[in-house]
Design a protein around this ligand. Structure first.
Ligand code: NI
Length: 257
């Protein structure tokens, strides 16, 4: 079996102490590829190092995370633009709007989100969307920017079936992580109603560790718990969940290997 973690921040300091164990656990748990969403200029170097050290395992994205949209956002955006002109990435991400932590820069977050979507369209790249307390605001922008070559993933989905249907209508995939294993999330009821062809798997490591590791540091090898939970919800063998979600991920991110 082969599964892909479509959203993991394994380049963060959180993994410095036991990185080699983290890597060996990937292999033990069927994780064949890990996609790395960028955060801001401070995460780029560590992300590239993983890519260089483990060819074919790690795939970087480039983008400015909404929580990193602060007073220096123009400078940060310039760095993103330079990188996407200089080399290839699998996606523009992660980008979006986050109104959970802080809404001081809400207007700027919208502007930065829209600008990066336009770059993705110019380059024919998928986008990876971070939406937190901001579905309506995100849909306002994505609905306006919708076009044949705009596609990607709504990462860390925990919304309603109506929101899931809106995402599918836009031609996007839905990123499911450890939230689906949380008892009170009700996400399992929503996932049950979504065709598995619209789902991709992710951990969002080091955050949102699934049951039975909830509350601990998350890592990409925990993806198997998420695949198993979806298998249970969909009443499918886990190998089938792996096969379909891997196919979904490869098609949206244009991975041929
Ligand atoms: Ni993330």
């Amino acid at each position: 079996m082969e599964i892909i973690d479509t959203h993991s921040h394994l380049y963060l300091e959180d993994f410095a102490v036991d990185f080699h164990e983290v890597i060996s656990r990937l292999k033990d748990n069927h994780i064949k590829k890990v996609f790395l969403p960028n955060i801001d200029s401070s995460s780029i170097e560590a992300m590239f190092k993983l890519e260089a050290d483990y060819p074919g395992l790690f795939y970087p994205m480039m983008g400015l995370h909404p929580s990193s949209v602060q007073s220096n956002y123009e400078e940060e955006l310039k760095i993103v633009k330079e990188w996407i002109q200089k080399r290839k990435f699998i996606a523009i991400g992660e980008i979006g709007i986050d109104l959970y932590w802080d809404n001081t820069y809400f207007q700027q977050q919208v502007e930065v989100f829209r600008k990066q979507i336009k770059w993705a369209k110019d380059l024919n790249l998928p986008i990876v969307i971070h939406a937190r307390n901001s579905f309506d605001e995100i849909f306002n922008v994505v609905d306006e920017e919708a076009s044949e070559n705009l596609t990607g993933v709504f990462h860390s989905f925990s919304g309603t079936i109506r929101q899931a249907e809106h995402i599918i209508d836009l031609g996007f995939k839905i990123g499911i992580n450890g939230i689906v294993t949380f008892k009170n999330s009700k996400l399992d009821d929503v996932v049950k109603q979504i065709d598995i062809n619209h789902l991709v798997l992710e951990t969002d490591a080091p955050f949102l560790s699934p049951e039975p590791k909830r509350g601990k540091r998350n890592e990409s090898s925990h993806l198997l718990y998420i695949a198993e939970k979806i298998a249970q919800i969909k009443e499918l063998p886990v190998e089938e969940v792996g096969r379909i979600t891997t196919e979904n991920a490869k098609s949206i991110f244009n991975i041929n290997s």
